[in-house]
Design a protein around this ligand. Structure first.
Ligand code: ARG
Ligand code: ZN
Length: 844
């Protein structure tokens, strides 16, 4: 059944208070609810429908009198009085049997919850929709040492604990945790003097991996006060680490629940990348307290209202904590790999979708990452000061509301006087705009001619013109910046911008900082790209020029059988050699476009990407780079070893990234000898894993793989790395087999999403292996998705997107993928989640 944005109607009732009592039992938990309802003056529909799924109703009462509700598939209906009344019910649920990890479930003997988006209906009968907000009082009865819920602690006694959350919230922010946990405690004093107790709760044995997350939390709390004027609003803030979790983390009010991979960190077990990600996710969930919780979404179509804004905020935070250009470049790499891919395939949907079957399928790169790009564009268009003013107005006007994108845009209109009608199309229209640019120079005047267009996407044939902020700077032929960055505001389908008074024809640097999520189409040549790579003052475009050089060279290798491009090799060596540049930036610049990136470019140009040819070209170019940069790589490797004790900061991780990029080149020539040495002597996971991956690449990893397992077999998160690295590094003709063999390993389990993704998700990430002409990759993944779906529909459905690019390929591959998609669809009782995903992929 499809749900439409246009059908929104408010619920017929409001809630004054929710009381919940949980009598915990692994197979027979009882949930007793007492809810004070009154009718909603703004609603016409007075139908009393409560959502409920997989619940056993024991009894129900209205104002103390027994009632017999009409039971339906997804809930119940009941006659209620035409005034305030009390609904009471007792239900029984089975958390031990909950493998979908939605609602109340068990993970390693602890109870935990995941309610977003619609999991609360698996806990009790309730209007499970985000526009119904209420204060909650919760009593938990259980033998576990730690019993947690949202809000502030109340009375605690032997075998029970009570919690009061004074802030009205929708049910999706409800959380409960019970288990024999230990905490890493701290405190934080807010600007106005509130003393907040902080805890990170983990299983015994993990308490040594909490310190970094705690520092990140305090830094986030301070930053949100300083930059957005947002203070924390309860006496306690709890974070809990859970091993079995479908996503990264969840912003439940006062009780954030994290996938343990997104909070637990130690130098020995986590890479620099893990540390950075953990810091960002802690910040993200914390920032939701205002953008998501205090102001929530009216309905799930508005998901980007909280997610796009919060991703944007966490990116701002990371840019301050670390390097702004490095964060931006990383984000754009990710946006192109995941969001452009989505936007240009059968799953394309607007940042604010207009319909869905299963909302869990819309926690996408488009809603999150493109959603954040829209906030970024808005800020670019109105300017920093106006952005702050508008956001202040948003908090002031909508605190306590379940709001919409219209509300969000209105505060910007009111604060700036700007008409955002055209900007709103970014929320409504799917697809990545193409911006074509050509140039003209005459008598000191340089003119840029832009033209925009967006190809049709499923269900949206015609696209309107959008407003596009295009940041541009001009360089003189000797490399000086003659026109510093300015933002051109493109509003027409075709539009030209002139710059006069120039002494000579300049070299333009267009779309600086990636000022809009578009594909820029521009004729250029190697010489100009090398010039910008060497001279551009905008770090993003400097990197982008190098990337374009690499991409063009690779496309020529793939399409025309050309050899490695000398212009690229020279330019990359010059940048890698330049010690005045940030090592992290140089490491990024030395990286090549991904297989996905190249496949997109080939397809975009009307070609049919051959995954094996793409892989071969990348290997050839890397090998040429290794040969050419032999001496430099040796110098960089030695020079950028970190002598100081390990710290996961930007400076050290940049040095390690550059040294490990050099190691990657060296290992192509020495058979892995240096990598083996690094592996043997590493005292941190970044170095150890880099050593291991170079050894695997060199074909000499067997011994290290065995040693690594022995060393880390007790550490779940490290063993996830062990699974995924073997699959990702496997040669294309061995990838499917490697994944399949690992599924037979005693440590493989389908029930843990991290382990499943580490094995089968990794197969999808091994692009050439997954798309191997034999079709084995497709078959192995489809087999396992079919097995997982009955247990965990949400994770299964997400992983189906591995197939979303199928229309790009040759007829033989398309036929093989279509057969697997049809095989999945033919499964009896296939979940709604997976059915929707596969149907959309197949049909698009
Ligand atoms: N709101 C969470 C976050 O972005 C993600 C929760 C996703 N849950 C889901 N069932 N799709 O931080
Ligand atoms: Zn979020």
């Amino acid at each position: 059944q499809t749900i439409f944005l246009k059908d929104y109607t408010p619920f017929g009732f409001e809630i004054d208070m929710v009381h919940l009592t949980f009598r915990l039992h692994p197979e027979r938990t009882r949930v007793i609810s007492r809810i004070a309802f009154r009718s909603n003056p703004n609603a016409k529909d007075a139908d009393f429908f409560l959502h409920g799924e997989e619940l056993t109703l024991i009894w129900a009462k209205v104002d103390g009198a027994d009632v017999t509700p009409r039971m339906e598939d997804n809930g119940l209906r009941c006659a209620v009085p035409d005034r305030s009344f009390i609904w009471e019910a007792e239900v029984e649920i089975n958390p031990g049997a909950n493998t979908a990890l939605e609602g109340l479930y068990m993970s390693n003997g602890m109870y935990c919850t995941q309610c977003e988006a619609e999991g609360f209906r698996k806990i009790t009968y309730y209007p499970d929709r985000p526009d119904v907000m209420a204060p909650f009082e919760v009593r938990i009865e259980g033998d576990e040492k730690v019993l947690l819920s949202n809000g502030n602690p109340g009375t605690t006694g032997d075998g029970f604990a009570e919690w009061h959350d004074p802030w009205p919230k929708p049910a999706y922010l409800f959380a409960l945790v019970a288990g024999d946990l230990v905490n890493h405690p701290d405190r934080f004093e807010t600007k106005s003097g509130r003393d907040v107790e902080l805890n990170i709760w983990v299983r015994p044995g993990d308490e040594g991996k909490c310190a970094f997350g705690m520092e990140a939390l305090k830094a986030s709390m301070r930053w949100d006060e300083d930059v957005y004027g947002r203070e924390y609003d309860l006496d306690i803030f709890n974070i809990v680490a859970v091993d079995d979790f479908n996503m990264g983390a969840m912003e439940n009010k006062g009780l954030n629940i994290f996938n343990s991979s997104c909070v637990l960190a130690s130098p020995e077990t986590s890479t620099d990348g893990n540390f950075e990600r953990i810091e960002a996710i802690i910040a993200h969930e914390y920032f939701h307290n205002w953008t998501g919780n205090r102001i929530t979404c009216r309905d799930w179509f508005q998901l980007c209202l909280k997610e796009g804004l919060t991703v944007f905020r966490d990116a701002q935070f990371t840019s301050v904590m670390r390097s702004e250009p490095v964060k931006r470049i990383g984000d754009v790499i990710d946006l192109r790999a995941r969001q452009f891919r989505e936007d240009n395939g059968p799953l394309a949907h607007p940042v604010r979708p207009e319909s869905f079957v299963e909302i869990n399928n819309f926690y996408t790169a488009t809603v999150y990452e493109k959603g954040a790009e829209l906030i970024r564009m808005l800020k670019t268009l109105v300017g920093d000061a106006a952005y702050s003013k508008a956001v202040d107005l948003y908090f002031e006007r909508h605190d306590g509301d379940a709001a919409t994108i219209e509300d969000w845009l209105k505060v910007f209109e009111d604060a700036t006087g700007r008409d955002l009608t055209q900007f709103k199309r970014w929320y409504e229209q799917a697809g990545t705009p193409r911006v074509n640019v050509s140039e003209e120079y005459q008598d000191g005047t340089f003119t840029l001619h832009f033209e925009q267009s967006t190809p049709p996407t499923p269900g949206q044939d015609v696209k309107d013109t959008r407003v596009i902020p295009i940041a541009v700077g001009l360089l003189s032929p000797n490399g000086d910046e003659v026109v510093p960055t300015q933002v051109l505001e493109m509003t027409g389908a075709k539009q030209s911008f002139a710059f006069d008074g120039l002494a000579s024809r300049p070299v333009p640097s267009i779309l600086r900082g990636f000022s809009a999520p578009v594909i820029l189409e521009r004729e250029s040549d190697n010489a100009e790209r090398a010039f910008l790579f060497a001279h551009d003052t905008d770090p993003f475009n400097k990197w982008e020029a190098g990337r374009a050089l690499a991409r063009d060279g690779l496309l020529a290798m793939i399409r025309d059988g050309a050899g490695p491009d000398d212009a690229y090799l020279d330019a990359i060596e010059a940048v890698a050699r330049d010690d005045s540049l940030d090592p992290a930036f140089r490491a990024l610049a030395m990286g090549l476009p991904s297989q996905e990136d190249l496949a997109q470019s080939l397809y975009e140009a009307g070609g049919t990407p051959d995954p094996q040819a793409i892989w071969d070209a990348l290997e050839t170019l890397k090998q040429a780079q290794a040969q050419k940069m032999q001496d430099l790589a040796t110098r960089l490797y030695a020079q950028y070893q970190v002598d100081a004790p390990y710290a996961p900061n930007a400076e050290q991780s940049g040095a390690r990234a550059l040294a490990n990029a050099a190691l990657g080149l060296i290992s192509r020539l020495d058979g892995g000898a240096l990598a083996q040495k690094q592996y043997d002597t590493a005292d941190n996971m970044t170095q150890q894993l880099a050593g291991l991956s170079c050894l695997l690449k060199a074909g000499n990893g067997d011994a290290a793989v065995a040693l690594f397992y022995e060393q880390w077999k007790e550490d779940r998160l490290v063993i996830d790395k062990w699974f995924s690295l073997q699959v990702i590094m496997a040669d294309p003709d061995k990838a499917a087999q490697t994944a399949q063999t690992l599924t037979k390993h005693p440590d493989f389990t389908m029930k843990n999403p991290n382990r499943f993704r580490a094995t089968l998700g990794a197969l999808a990430m091994n692009t050439a292996g997954f798309h191997h002409a034999s079709g084995e990759g497709y078959k192995v993944l489809a087999d396992w998705l079919i097995k997982l779906d009955p247990l965990n529909p949400q994770t299964t459905a997400r992983m189906c997107s591995a197939f979303e690019t199928w229309r790009r390929f040759d007829a033989a591959r398309q036929a093989k993928i279509a057969a697997e998609l049809d095989r999945i669809l033919a499964q009896p009782n296939l979940s709604r989640d997976t059915t929707e995903m596969v149907t959309r992929i197949r049909g698009g």
